[in-house]
Design a binder for this molecule. Structure first.
Ligand SMILES: Cc1cc2nc3c(=O)[nH]c(=O)nc-3n(C[C@H](O)[C@H](O)[C@H](O)COP(=O)(O)OP(=O)(O)OC[C@H]3O[C@@H](n4cnc5c(N)ncnc54)[C@H](O)[C@@H]3O)c2cc1C
Length: 307
């Protein structure tokens, strides 16, 4: 099936999270033709209460996305529900061809990838019941909710130990870190003991409680009473459709970009956790920066007679 093969958009944006939608709002306001392709169900939608977005004392992720979609539509962006399966680029300053799983394709002079990431979650009972309420995955997003509360940190790497020390420093004296299949390097045990952080070696099995979380259950049968669980298994980028493009990455696995969020492939921009920190507010700023840069390039290209 062919897509809108006769239309060449100024920019095709993959992903309608805060990064992609903010870029669409800017490009729409520049009167550029913009197509946003999104499969639905992104990470921001799971955030129940966002309290760090300037000017928005309290907004849910869903409300942020729904408002962003209507803002982008108001400025002329087109939004289609599609799952992108591949991105390819013509030679030189060539046009991007974006393929979707239903066999359609779309072309754009520039492309922005803002497909975010998905949490690596432990397979434990009643996770969904407490997710984003008492069970969190991100210190920057939800750490402040742990103030004074008994917190269990789940993990399998040094990162969980550092997180436990940070949570103790910032929010609460009552911290247990539960390690599954991981032995702390020398020195860490003493550091944790000195801080009064309990360390247990056990695999999580479930979350217990009715309206509120009461305890974390472990495979050995142990129960640790707690109000909050912070899971530290990281996340996986939604980027499989970029395989084969040979884009440069930094040692942490994120994509290398310049200060306008253009990747190592000219004309292809990456925003959100693909490029850096995983925060809705940061992804939105990066989307704005990418859009401003793309617009400047379009002005120059059009003055010079096009691609
Ligand atoms: C529970 C929770 C709470 C959070 N709380 C906060 C908070 O309080 N403050 C804050 O700043 N941040 C918070 N975040 C983080 C925030 O959600 C992320 O930083 C944000 O999602 C990044 O925005 P994004 O636009 O890059 O990606 P996303 O919001 O993840 O959007 C990506 C979009 O791309 C789509 N997509 C993915 N792959 C494809 C594909 N192949 N084809 C088409 N579409 C695709 C997805 O479906 C999704 O709609 C929270 C996250 C979670 C999970």
């Amino acid at each position: 099936m062919a897509g809108n093969k006769d239309i060449q958009y100024d920019c095709v944006i993959v992903g309608a999270g805060p990064g992609g939608l903010q870029a669409a709002v800017y490009l729409g306001r520049y009167c550029r033709s913009v197509l946003v392709l999104d499969r639905g169900g992104g990470r921001t939608l799971h955030a129940k209460e966002i309290e760090n977005f300037l000017g928005q004392p309290l907004i849910s992720g869903r409300e942020l996305i729904e408002t962003g979609i209507s803002q982008a539509l108001r400025f002329g962006a087109r939004i289609e529900k599609k799952t992108v399966s591949a991105v390819a680029k013509g030679p030189g300053e060539g046009v991007f061809r974006i393929e979707t799983t239903d066999g359609a394709f779309f072309t754009g002079r520039f492309a922005i990838v803002s497909t975010g990431a998905r949490d690596n979650l432990p397979r434990i009972k009643d996770l969904q019941k407490f997710f984003a309420k008492n069970f969190f995955t991100c210190l920057d997003c939800d750490g402040y909710r742990m103030r004074g509360k008994k917190t269990v940190i789940l993990g399998n790497s040094e990162s969980a130990l550092r997180l436990a020390l940070a949570v103790k420093q910032m929010y609460t004296n009552r911290v247990t870190v539960a390690l599954a299949g991981y032995e702390p390097p020398p020195g860490y045990r003493e550091a944790l003991e000195n801080e009064g952080i309990e360390v247990i070696f056990d695999e999580p099995e479930g979350l217990l409680g009715e309206a509120e979380l009461e305890a974390a259950q472990f495979k050995s049968g142990r129960r640790v009473a707690c109000h909050v669980v912070l899971s530290n298994y990281g996340y996986t980028l939604n980027d499989s459709f970029l395989a084969g493009l040979g884009l440069k990455r930094n040692p942490s696995g994120k994509y290398e970009t310049n200060r306008h969020f253009e990747s190592s492939m000219r004309g292809l921009y990456m925003v959100g956790p693909l490029a850096g920190n995983d925060q809705a507010v940061i992804a939105a700023g990066e989307g704005a920066e990418a859009a401003i840069d793309i617009n400047k390039r379009l002005v120059e290209l059009n003055m010079a007679g096009g691609l």
